[in-house]
Design a protein around this ligand. Structure first.
Ligand code: MG
Ligand code: ZN
Length: 215
């Protein structure tokens, strides 16, 4: 019985995700779902990416958090349309939550919409929200065992950003192990090694993002 209920919820999620995707297509906006553990650097990656791209591209953001508006305030300070979505306890975003805030964004005037998911390595990967691509952020301080322990997010993502490479001298994580085990799970995965703090490696990521076009 419980399994049945769960599967109906997932079915409903997929249906609403398709509705969102149709709306994104009609609006001509490319949508990225940014996932990763708390503190991996998702918001900082967005800030740095937006600063590099905003002159040539119209960008909007949805910030998903259990509570508060700290991240949305950081994006708002860049002059970018942003909606803070508080899940009030839910540990991931689903398609219905995203659907409920789309009217609050000028979708027709955007080229790219970034959705920052709730910080969590597990269930955000289970819920499509209508995005074109999932992008995962993993900091070297998260440890190199994470691909083997949380495989779904690595298999569902199109790109893996290995962040905080500036911390490598201070942590025991081996970046090559992260990359190798992630690619074993998903050989299509595009891997970028970056330091959002120093800016190293960010140009490669922003060039990749700006070169993507979806029908
Ligand atoms: Mg954040
Ligand atoms: Zn969850």
């Amino acid at each position: 019985m419980k399994i049945k209920v769960a599967s109906r919820i997932l079915e409903a999620n997929d249906r609403i995700a398709e509705e969102n995707k149709l709306l994104f297509r009609q609006s001509g906006v490319t949508v990225f779902n940014i996932m990763g553990s708390p503190g991996a650097g998702k918001t900082t990656l967005l800030e740095k990416t937006i600063l590099r791209l905003k002159d040539g591209m119209r960008i909007g953001v949805i910030e998903g958090d259990i509570a508060g508006s700290v991240d949305a305030e950081r994006i708002d300070a860049l002059g970018i349309p942003v909606v803070q979505l508080n899940t009030e306890g839910a540990c991931h975003l689903d398609a219905n939550m995203i659907n409920s805030v789309l009217a609050d964004l000028p979708l027709n005037e955007l080229d790219v919409l970034f959705i920052e998911n709730v910080g969590n390595l597990v269930c955000p990967a289970e819920f499509d929200v209508g995005e074109d691509m999932k992008i995962m952020v993993l900091s070297v301080a998260d440890g190199h065992d994470k691909p083997l322990k949380y495989p779904l997010m690595f298999t569902k993502s199109s790109a893996l950003i290995i962040n905080k490479t500036d911390l490598l001298p201070y942590v025991d994580a081996d970046m090559n192990i992260i990359q190798r085990s992630a690619l074993l799970l998903n050989k299509e995965l595009k891997v970028f090694k970056v330091s959002c703090k120093s800016g190293e490696g960010l140009d490669g990521f922003t060039q990749w993002v700006s070169g993507l076009k979806f029908p």
